[in-house]
Write a protein that binds this ligand. Structure first.
Ligand code: AHR
Length: 662
């Protein structure tokens, strides 16, 4: 017997033994599998990613820069920097001091003027994003811009030091000439440290100006210099997402209009991108993060590139002239809306125009002559009320007049029901809106109760983008929310309803995506990371199982002629994958009792081999962590019996079954 056959037969006998042992208690459901009467296609965009710079998702997270406030642009320009031997920030005769110079004509205004009085004593340190994570055996690109102003400073010496100040690795750059120049060096790390610091000292006394002090791992995603953190992108890639929505979320809107996300300020030369405070730095009084800014090193060009790398449709969401209605709710006057609309038109040209167009040329000069083939654009994020509809109409008219093929995503506010939601949907329906974004953060019970939410939606109305959702174990924006198995299981149950209604639901994404273990503001989140590693939550694995197995066409899976949508806490969806020639059935059991199912494929002729993927947990309260992922898909192989698919769906589990079509 080959090893593979042995595994098959062990799996079959284990399953059989379990069924007979449970025979008296386990209820069997006879289910029928059928083609739908008219074809229901699953959109390639069905399962995607929602990215927002919340919880240190960009700076300190996906964007692999390790130096916080690298160009001294924060409102408090010393943020992240310390001079341990300088007693006050005023001149100190023993060592030296740093002052901030500013050029208001520039977008990157500030730079540091460093006066060295005693080079034996002066130290400048950067703390990174809650520390600097470095890995043994890896290399790090260190760089800075420097102008030698006066004196005899001959070298800049930099070292990585551990939490106790012990040196781990060091480099030196000899100063050449007078004007501003870029200097580079490479650190090699002999050890792994989670919370290292960068320490800078000088050889010689005098005055230098410094800016853009930067440190990146060499080993980034696709090895791009100044690129993205590899382990985090890998997790996104493994989701096989149909789209990447960016840059949010409320960050699109800003606390005020001046603080809205302006994509044009996030492209071009990295050093010229204008810093902006992050909205979430003051998002919640219980999780204030005053050291949370946006360098925009991860800007719109990089988001498009990331979408391309992931094989995902880019879905940019733009400000519609309304600041966050939970904050100032500032509104741009209708007569002043043009620049906002122009931003949307220019973005489409930036993504899709050839290099003969103004914005297409900028994209080409940044290194991507080929268009990004943008198909979707979002107008506003979580807006509500008549002010939104009035502004949406202007955007819609202008965008479709110039780009009739671009699909516009509109919003229905922050809740999945209620006055604002009803009003938004009624108006958007009348306007023949194409795709309406819905957001729901709610209890696990809500998710299980609302599996049939889209069963009754108007088939001829706008399509749905379930653009932000996540089950909350405690309550919305509660700091104690957990990514436990109960939340993930309830989302899995809910997702069977999304998939069954793929003729209405075109796009879906869990939110938020990322959270830094020491820098978060909002829980729960799909992927958690620290300065060294990351882990996938149970919610991530639910997303992955649905997304990796989305299929191409919806099938009917029924019990006594009815969709399986909560009968005895069982939920199911089935699809055909015409590319891989297989049937995929997803079943969720939220009961404390296991169930067996006997699925009759009817006229669908199936092969013998069944791949069964099981996601379950010891307890509903079980979570994954940096140390262990107890909740992870497990695969087994067995065979059909008399052409039927018979299997056990354990208590509180998600099961994915895959069978080839003959
Ligand atoms: O996902 C976090 C926030 O929740 C988003 O920024 C916003 O759109 C929603 O209220």
């Amino acid at each position: 017997m080959t090893t593979k056959n042995k595994i098959f037969s062990i799996a079959i006998s284990l399953s059989a033994a379990f069924f007979s042992a449970q025979n008296n208690t386990v209820r069997t459901f006879n289910l029928d599998l059928k083609e739908t009467s008219s074809a229901v296609k699953i959109q390639p965009t069905m399962y995607g990613i929602f990215f927002e710079d919340i919880n240190f998702a960009a700076d300190g997270g996906l964007y692999a820069e390790l130096i916080k406030n690298r160009s001294f642009e924060f409102d408090e320009p010393f943020t992240g920097w310390k001079q341990p031997n300088t007693k006050t920030l005023s001149p100190n005769l023993d060592s030296g001091f740093l002052t901030i110079y500013s050029d208001p004509a520039k977008t990157n205004r500030n730079y540091a003027r460093i006066t060295i009085l005693n080079d034996k004593n002066y130290i400048l340190e950067n703390e990174g994003f809650r520390g600097i994570g470095i890995h043994q055996g890896e290399q790090y690109d260190f760089s800075f811009d420097l102008e030698n102003v006066s004196g005899n400073i001959a070298a800049v010496n930099a070292s990585l030091v551990d939490e106790n100040g012990k040196e781990i690795s060091s480099v030196s750059a000899l100063i050449k000439g007078k004007g501003w120049q870029k200097y580079t060096a490479v650190f090699k790390s002999p050890q792994t440290v989670e919370k290292a610091k960068l320490r800078i000292t000088f050889t010689g006394n005098g005055i230098v100006n410094m800016d853009m002090i930067s440190l990146f791992p060499k080993d980034t995603w696709k090895g791009r210099k100044g690129g993205l953190r590899k382990d985090l992108v890998q997790k996104l890639y493994d989701l096989q997402p149909g789209f990447l929505r960016f840059p949010g979320g409320c960050i699109v809107e800003g606390r005020t209009l001046a603080e809205r996300y302006q994509w044009k300020k996030t492209i071009g030369n990295i050093a010229d991108r204008e810093y902006l405070i992050n909205k979430w730095s003051t998002g919640f009084p219980h999780r204030l993060t005053p050291d949370y800014g946006q360098s925009f090193g991860l800007g719109f060009y990089e988001y498009f590139l990331l979408s391309e790398d992931l094989g995902a449709e880019p879905v940019p969401i733009l400000s519609c002239g309304m600041a966050c209605q939970f904050n100032t709710a500032e509104l741009v006057k209708m007569q002043d809306l043009d620049p906002y609309v122009q931003d949307a038109l220019d973005l489409i040209e930036f993504a899709n125009g050839d290099s003969g167009t103004k914005w297409g040329r900028i994209r080409a000069e940044m290194g991507h002559p080929k268009p990004f083939n943008l198909k979707f654009i979002g107008v506003g994020n979580e807006q509500w009320g008549a002010d939104y509809i009035e502004r949406y109409k202007v955007f819609e008219k202008a965008i479709h007049a110039k780009y009739p093929d671009i699909k516009i995503i509109s919003g229905s506010g922050p809740s999945p029901d209620g006055e604002f939601f009803e009003y938004g949907w009624k108006e958007l329906k009348q306007l023949n809106a194409q795709i309406v974004d819905e957001h729901y953060y709610n209890s696990p019970e809500w998710f299980m109760k609302n599996v049939g939410r889209y069963d009754q939606y108007d088939r001829s109305g706008p399509k749905v983008f379930a653009g932000e959702y996540a089950a909350q174990s405690v309550g919305v924006v509660k700091p104690d929310n957990k990514n436990n198995w109960l939340t993930a299981l309830s989302e899995a149950a809910f997702m069977t309803g999304l998939e069954r209604n793929a003729d209405v639901v075109y796009m879906t994404s869990y939110a938020p995506l990322f959270a830094h273990a020491d820098g978060w503001q909002w829980t729960p989140d799909l992927i958690w990371f620290n300065n060294l590693k990351s882990y996938a939550t149970p919610n991530y694995y639910v997303q992955k199982l649905f997304s990796n197995n989305k299929g191409t066409d919806v099938l009917k899976i029924e019990h006594n002629g009815k969709a399986i949508s909560g009968q005895e806490k069982l939920y199911a969806t089935a699809v055909k994958d015409t590319k891989n020639n297989e049937i995929i059935i997803k079943m969720v059991n939220t009961d404390t009792q296991a169930k067996t199912v006997n699925i009759k494929p009817g006229t669908l002729k199936t092969g013998k081999k069944i791949t069964k993927i099981l996601l379950s947990a010891p307890q509903l309260s079980t979570e994954n962590s940096f140390d262990a992922e107890p909740i992870k898909p497990k695969e087994e192989i067995y065979e059909t019996k008399n052409g039927e698919i018979f299997t056990l769906i354990p208590a509180n589990s998600l099961v994915v079954l895959k069978v080839k079509i003959k």
